[in-house]
Design a protein around this ligand. Sequence first.
Ligand code: ZN
Length: 424
Amino acid sequence: MNKCIQDLLLFLDDSPTSFQANTSIRQRLDAAGFSALDDSKCLQIQPGGKYYISRFDTAVIAFVAGSKPLHETGFNLAASHIDSPLLKLKGRSLKTDKGICRVGVEVYGGPIISGWLDRELSIAGRVIVKTAAGVYTPHLVNLKRPVAIIPNAAIHLNREINKGFEYNKQNHLQAILAINSVAANPLLSAIAEELQVSPEQIWDLDLFLYDPKPAALVGFGEELIASGRLDNLAMTHAILSALLEAEAPESTAVAMFYDHEEIGSRTPQGALSSLLPEVLQRISLSLGCSSDEHFRALRQSYLISCDMAHAFHPNYPEKYDPDYVAVMNQGPVIKLNADFRYSSTADSSQRFIRICDKAGVPFQRFLVRSDMPCGSTVGPLVSSALGISALDIGNPMWAMHSIRETAGTKDHKALIKALKHYYI
Ligand code: ZN
């Protein structure tokens, strides 16, 4: 298997929630010689240096400081998001009835809910532990093994299910965790055992259900990747892979891995936060730029916002504009929308098209049908906040927001190649 595809599968498996995605990103940055910066302290940045800043255990901004003055070359920015639709546990809802221990969930983002039923599920996220000294400390948790299941009602009890059934999120999505358990709270007991603490020390939970089935290649030619969270860990992996190889670029190369895109980005580690404007300004100041030079640097800057795109699905041809379909494994997709749900324009697309030409990578264009609503992503949020030229791209995929999504191996390799040319 190709090395970068192998690494993508590993990245997907190791990153069930934004907390673990943050760890997967930082591990790769550390291994490539990037230094972690503490943004509560004075930043010391050198031209050619490689750095990253992590915020609230999820979002990461990584960058390689350029060799030329910032106001001459600007920032070469690329953005993605690390969160995916999930089911979040409502810890206090845990109850046992007729020996059946179950816990309710909140729906995070917009998943295709039916896929979560009748499937072995695991639990991952972050918990707060109270130490003997009375200190509250966050700990990441990933149980990795199947510990939960949300069974459907039998077809004999719900004969209309194949005609379209709306699951009630409060009642029908409660996850079964144990039968006749000896533990008073099997969830806390399992987490406590994992962390080698007592259940009473676990103070609060940010835990999610996820599908622990490993990512896999599919198709007779193994040209497809099936996994959870391809939207948008695949784009995160592509940007990260390209940045890790950026050696002494002239322009400062920046990668933003935001959290909370699936719920609107309005959080301290989301794309609408102060995170990027703050970090860019502090890079400029640390490199000795004046305020005027910083704003001149922004005028030279460019953003490639990467979020997965809808591939043409042969079983649903009526869902696409026939003149703007994106086909699986035929290259990254430039996403366009007149209402600027995507930031791309004919003008801003030109730089990306030149990058693709230089890298020998094909590209496609996608427009949603005029009689259908269009999705959106972080591109318009970041480009409008900074006033910089931007475009939205993504690789084609099927079943976006399903618990098991499908994308193409060729597209992934192609985008990494293009982004490497961008960051050079
Ligand atoms: Zn997305």
